[in-house]
Design a protein around this ligand. Sequence first.
Ligand code: ADP
Ligand code: TRP
Length: 330
Amino acid sequence: MTSKPSPVRKRILSGVQPSGKLHLGNYFGAVRQHVALTAEDAECFYFIADYHALTTVHDPAALRQNVIDVALDYFALGLDPDKAVFFRQSDLPQVCELAWILSTLAPMGLLERAVSYKEKVDRGLESSVGLFTYPVLMAADILICRSNLVPVGRDQVQHLEMCRDIAVKFNLRYGEVFPLPEYRLTKESKVPGTDGQKMSKSYGNTIDIFAEGKALKKAVMGIVTDSTPLEAPKDPATCHVFALHSLFASAEEQEALASRYRAGGMGYGAAKSELLGKIDEHFAAARQRRRELAADPERVERWLVQGAEKARAAAEETMRLVRSAVGLRP
Ligand code: ADP
Ligand code: TRP
């Protein structure tokens, strides 16, 4: 077995599905870390998983809009297209080629144990072959860049483990081509939604990152609270408004608010207004930047094309090794 040259710098990769507007859970659980990681001594690859989204988004106009929205969101939130390779998954059709090759060695039993597939079918999604083999395509995304580190939320850990299993199997059968990717859990792994469950597009309990004005107010005022009367002391630990507020506040601010909760005399309405203020303040600059970028679609498209070119170069390098390792080429 010969060892193949690996990229010298560590590679970090992650993807986000364009399946709706990004919300505070996506921001604190994913986007913020992605942007921060670009400061590390590593090559960062981030992509909009539009092939994956086809498993659940069946309206072409909505898919197109969602892809643009995710790109605008990332760039507005500070992703520098010169510091990270940011691209559309479908600009890298090689990933489907690799997914096919990986599917010939991914055990059925492995995929049958996938929790996310079962959950999606239980929620009423049509059980297509694509939905079932979703983790194989995800393994291809990760392996095609020969990634070393994949920052994800807790819900994606099983997919990462499947990717590692598939990589090990490939390397054993055909020789070492893929480094084994590690995952890194993001710190905020469970941002609560307006109903206290995990914030998720699928639960209709989101506060969108770029909601503002009336829409933002409606979402924040709609956060479920208990019926403790205004004058009574309240427990910050069980309050979803407090949990969300903490994401935006310094340790001192959190402590000051917690004391006011415990002292009584502060209503949930006041806490919600403060949260609203925090959100407005935190995203003010990003909102402005998003408006500017939305007015300049050519610039955004140029960045996506630039990302796609760099990602394709990395993917082609891997695919040459893969095609040769499996015997499709000399
Ligand atoms: P959704 O549940 O809204 O469909 P996705 O599954 O598309 O969100 O998640 C995209 C990224 O955002 C993933 O890395 C995921 O772990 C993270 N994420 C989503 N919701 C939350 C949340 N409520 N708290 C923390 N991270 C989250
Ligand atoms: N499945 C991920 C999610 O729903 C998105 C995704 C697709 C991804 N391919 C990936 C994440 C590769 C990390 C690496 O959030």
